[in-house]
Design a protein around this ligand. Structure first.
Ligand code: PHE
Length: 403
């Protein structure tokens, strides 16, 4: 399936999902007697703990995505509560597991809104799943911040949906620029996951940027996440004589693909996106991971004081080094608290969805672990990216690329 085929599939899938959602949310409203004030939902009572929701892949093929994000969010909550809470109110987190699946996602996002009565939602990591959760949050009037979904379409659903990460048009450019200018390569192959909006979108963003920078695309191949029978794709990439292979997939597939590529005699470097970001990747790929690069949202090696404090506190709490997802989860939660403080009048009044979303969307110069950033008119964060190189099984800072 080529990119166009993927889009057609996506549209058909979306029609089904939206149809199902329309039915389920009508039923939910009837049962719950959901309150809406002028298109703006009031979930809060104005007193007690402030309830926020997280939906993520706590289990399933990309389980480290949800788990790391949840740890980052929980660290932010712990620090905020220890410092007295949000205008005196403690924050309480409800986490719902998507298992990395779309059907689960629509169920759990609806549950967070109707049953758990959260005032705001953090999630998902995978763009395809934020594309399922976002329209529900938008329709129900509950603000949603995706910590890490980079596909441009995620925030296009409306004013309730924003993100604290950069988008894939930038990430594709970052990878292309690094390949052309730092590695000085001109011939690339692309191998992407046709079942993920993230991967298909980033592949096309990379191709565009790489050719604009004077490079050529020698081969383009696709696989389907979870199906790692890729020998024919690898043979055609090998035959095309590429100097670098762009592989914008998730770690759960990428590790095995790189290992198989080396076994098949492909010796050139692989270059990927943030979907590689997991401590599991080096375990899956073994030695084959070394000498490959990926773009990401931060490096735990950065000297900025926000990074150093975060890494130290995270290590103390969880005894592990935080990946980019943990940092983005932390930033999304902290930005949410900041927006509540700016928009909620307190005094026993409830936190209200529309006003909270407006405060999130007008955030300026927020000092996060993943950089200092503002939310732009498309509700995306504008910020720099890093390129990490795997050395001795560890992602090591190789370059920083500004927007
Ligand atoms: N950006 C990826 C997506 O949109 C998710 C991701 C972000 C994965 C950061 C790892 C690290 O699907």
């Amino acid at each position: 399936m080529n990119l166009r085929g993927w889009h057609a599939g996506k549209v058909a899938g979306l029609v089904l999902v939206l149809g199902a959602l329309a039915l389920s949310s009508i039923a939910a409203c009837d049962q719950m007697g959901a309150k809406k004030s002028g298109g703006s939902r009031v979930q809060d009572t104005g007193k007690g703990a402030i309830k926020i929701g997280h939906y993520g892949s706590m289990s399933g093929a990309q389980a480290t995505f949800g788990q790391s994000t949840d740890k980052g969010i929980r660290l932010a909550i712990e620090e905020k509560n220890a410092a007295g809470g949000v205008k005196g109110r403690k924050v309480e987190l409800v986490t719902q597991d998507t298992a990395g699946k779309s059907q689960e996602t629509s169920i759990v996002v609806t549950r967070l809104i109707n049953d758990d009565k959260v005032v705001a939602i953090l999630g998902e990591v995978a763009s395809s799943l934020s594309l399922v959760g976002g329209p529900i949050a938008q329709k129900e009037g509950v603000p949603m911040i995706s910590p890490s979904s980079t596909n441009p379409d995620v925030t296009a659903v409306g004013d309730m949906v924003s993100r604290v990460c950069f988008i894939d048009s930038f990430q594709g450019f970052v990878a292309a620029k690094f390949a052309r200018e730092n590695l000085k390569l001109t011939k690339a192959a692309v191998l992407y996951d046709q079942s993920q909006a993230y991967s298909a979108g980033l592949a096309s963003d990379f191709k565009k940027a790489f050719t604009e920078l004077g490079g050529t695309i020698a081969a383009e191949q696709a696989y389907t996440g979870g199906n790692l029978e890729v020998s024919s794709q690898l043979q055609s990439i090998k035959g095309a004589g590429a100097e670098v292979v762009f592989l914008p997939g998730y770690y759960s597939d990428v590790g095995t693909i790189i290992r198989k590529a080396r076994e098949a005699g492909i010796t050139v470097p692989f270059l990927g996106g943030d979907g590689w970001d997991s401590a599991e990747l080096a375990k899956i790929a073994g030695d084959a991971i070394n000498g490959n690069y990926y773009s990401n949202h931060y490096s735990h090696e950065e000297a900025r004081p926000e990074v150093q404090a975060f890494v130290k506190n995270y290590q103390a709490k969880y005894s592990e080094t935080p990946d980019g997802l943990a940092a983005l989860g932390y930033d999304a939660a902290m930005l949410l608290f900041d927006a509540i403080e700016r928009s909620w009048p307190g005094d026993g009044k409830p936190i209200e969805g529309k006003a909270l979303a407006a405060a999130i969307n007008s955030t300026k110069d927020f000092k996060g672990v993943t950089g200092t950033f503002s939310i732009d008119e498309n509700r995306n964060a504008k910020k720099s990216a890093v390129i990490l190189e795997y050395k001795n099984g560890v992602p090591t800072m190789a370059a920083r690329i500004e927007p």
